[in-house]
Design a protein around this ligand. Structure first.
Ligand code: NAP
Length: 600
């Protein structure tokens, strides 16, 4: 029997109810670690001390004892994970055991022993940890989420108070696997389950609801101890993890990439403001198939679909709205009560609303730069409102094709100087870098310039537009309006537009890079054989009213523009192909439970 085995049980018993969030405390040295703990001791009552991050873990224990003595309400978990098992401790298993024993003596009520170490320890050594406190047996898979049943069966052979299974999500559906595992095992065991990685966010937020005894969080951005870990503040304030219950509806934004999206901040703020029991998550979807399986199994009631899935998702939908049919792209998914999936395109409303708050589009002469998804939304929306639409695109053939389809006009760049527009819209990513403008100041002859780039308050294009005397419509207005429409479709409630806009503006302001002093203008497209030009359509009605609405009138228009929609899609497309496996998984799902050019 080793020295210290006769020590009395931990003098600080575990509370009956554990806090749901355990924050990981790391430090480069003992003083740094305690300073980190002190910085959050007012908000956090459950801390994991990562002793393996210290060069000499034993040297930290006097300070830890003193700290825990000063804050007797705290629950403390000590971890000294070995490097071979994904931690930073380079000592032997015996040395690891000694650190954990001493941590218990210092007041830590729970100690984490990874399965690999536990398998080399004698049962009596493990049992001695349980007599002094609680033993948490952990397993980590840093590559994937495989055979959770088999892993747990192995773990179950060792008596522990908590079983922690941490895997890596390589697809969204891995979160479903983890939540099913939690739902099943939490009936008989205290289990903790989390998927690491950007694709594991669902499990970090919904794991508690699925049965995880608690979950892990970072103290602050940069202090993550596992890939994809979220800060405790973000989990509470944005995802409201303390309030999630079996009735909480799940929404999200799906794309690749999706990490920089402002949608989670905007939509969660709106849901909270309107007291909707729902949470909105970033869903890093590498494939539409994975997204759809996850939507069916979790289930997820609504998704903001972003690049590159707006077009490829359409074939999976049971019904679509007319805008989706016209543009061939859906940015909004709704899961009906019967599990059917419907698609909407709210990008069209996102373009039209900010414009209609300022001018009548009937007969307005508009130029859309670009021929991609966002340009299609603008072109079809403007055509429907009776505008005379011109298209200019880097690849003329694509612009001409869109012009033909939408009965609009294609314009070569050299012809620009002959035209005065009511509105010019940039529907390309040009300017996202804060360096380039799709048109030079001299080429901008317009009353309004609308730049869809929304992560910058001022882009080289809007700067040039102001210099050319045009009024600027910032891209964030479109971002907010497409979100407003989504909120209304999902909740049938008017969206809190001001709140949403404020959150987006605050986030954009917080991330503002310095504006480039000189706007570089994109070189005109290379001369190409003149494409066949579709005939310009005659304006349908009266001349455009170029004057802007006064702010009061604009508010009235804005207020009218937020009627609850929740419209049913008119046309229903043939049933989507569903894999049998996906349907079966959905049925069994627990009820509770470099493309960086895009800026959405
Ligand atoms: P997309 O489908 O990929 O289309 C991109 C378009 O931009 C294409 O016409 C492409 O021309 C053109 N383009 C790309 N790089 C260019 C360059 N360096 N120079 C000139 N033209 C270039 O993308 P999308 O979905 O339409 O999105 C376009 C932009 O709108 C993105 O910045 C996106 O973030 C923004 N957006 C904003 C909102 C919002 O809420 N504010 C909503 C949706 C989209 P080619 O045909 O020659 O490739």
């Amino acid at each position: 029997m080793k020295q210290g085995d006769e020590a009395p049980p931990n003098p600080r018993p575990l509370p009956l109810r554990l806090p749901r969030l355990c924050v990981a405390i790391v430090g480069s040295d003992p003083a740094d670690m305690i300073a980190d703990a002190i910085s959050v001791v007012r908000e956090e009552s459950f801390m994991e001390f990562r002793l393996d991050y210290l060069k000499q873990p034993l040297a930290a224990l006097d300070g830890l004892r003193e700290f825990l003595h000063t804050y007797p309400h705290l629950v403390a978990l000590a971890t000294c994970r070995r490097a071979a098992n994904g931690g930073k401790f380079r000592g032997t298993v015996a040395a690891q055991l000694e650190v954990l024993r001493q941590a218990q003596a210092a007041g830590c009520q729970i100690v984490d022993v990874e399965l690999e170490s536990a398998l080399t320890l004698k049962p009596a050594e493990l049992e001695s940890l349980r007599t002094r406190g609680s033993l948490l047996l952990s397993f980590h898979d840093f590559k994937g989420t495989k055979d959770l049943e088999a892993i747990f069966e192995k773990m179950r052979q060792i008596r522990a108070d908590f079983y922690k299974v941490v895997t890596t999500a390589t697809c969204l559906y891995d979160n479903v696997r983890m939540m099913k595992f939690l739902d099943d095992k939490s009936r008989d065991y205290a289990v903790i389950g989390v998927c690491m990685g950007e694709q594991g966010v669902i499990s970090r937020v919904l794991g508690l609801r699925a049965g995880s005894a608690f979950t892990f969080a970072a103290v602050a951005a940069g202090g993550e101890t596992a890939p994809g870990q979220i800060t405790a503040r973000h989990l509470r304030e944005v995802y409201r993890v303390d309030q999630l219950d079996p009735a909480t509806r799940i929404y999200g934004v799906a794309g690749d990439p999706v990490g920089q999206s402002l949608s989670p901040q905007m939509m969660n703020a709106a849901l909270r403001r309107e007291n909707v029991n729902a949470v909105y998550l970033p869903l890093h979807a590498l494939s539409v198939e994975d997204l759809i399986e996850c939507v069916r199994a979790v289930p997820i009631q609504g998704v903001s679909v972003t690049m590159p899935h707006k077009e490829s998702i359409v074939k999976f939908l049971d019904g679509t709205d007319p805008w989706t049919q016209k543009t061939g792209a859906a940015n909004t998914l709704v899961r009906g009560k019967d599990g059917r999936l419907f698609g909407f395109n709210t990008d069209v409303a996102g373009v039209l609303r900010p414009l209609e708050q300022r001018l009548s589009l009937m007969g307005a002469k508009t130029l859309v730069i670009g021929a991609g998804g966002a340009a299609r939304a603008a072109v079809y929306g403007l055509k429907e409102r009776g505008s005379e639409v011109f298209i200019l695109n880097r690849t003329p053939a694509k612009g001409v094709k869109l012009a033909k389809e939408a009965k609009a006009n294609y314009l070569g760049r050299s012809e620009l100087k002959k035209h005065q527009f009511d509105v010019i819209i940039n529907a390309t990513p040009v300017g996202m870098d804060g360096q380039q403008s799709p048109l030079g100041e001299k080429e901008i002859k317009a009353t309004y310039v609308f730049d869809m780039v929304y992560r910058l308050l001022e882009t080289p294009f809007t700067k040039a537009a102001k210099a050319a005397g045009a009024q600027v419509i910032p891209g964030y207005e479109m971002f907010v309006q497409q979100g407003v429409q989504q909120f209304q479709i999902w909740t049938a409630k008017p969206a809190p537009v001001n709140e949403m806009q404020n959150v987006v503006l605050a986030a954009i302001n917080a991330a503002q890079p310095p504006v480039a002093p000189v706007a570089e203008v994109l070189q005109p497209e290379k001369p190409q054989p003149e494409p066949e030009k579709p005939k310009a359509e005659k304006p349908k009605a009266e001349k455009p009213k170029a004057a802007a609405l006064n702010p009061a009138a604009a508010r009235v228009v804005a207020a009218k523009a937020v009627k609850p929609a929740a419209a049913k899609p008119k046309a229903v497309k043939p049933k989507a192909e569903k894999s049998k496996g996906a349907r079966q998984r959905a049925d069994k799902a627990p009820a509770a439970k470099s493309k960086a050019k895009k800026n959405k």
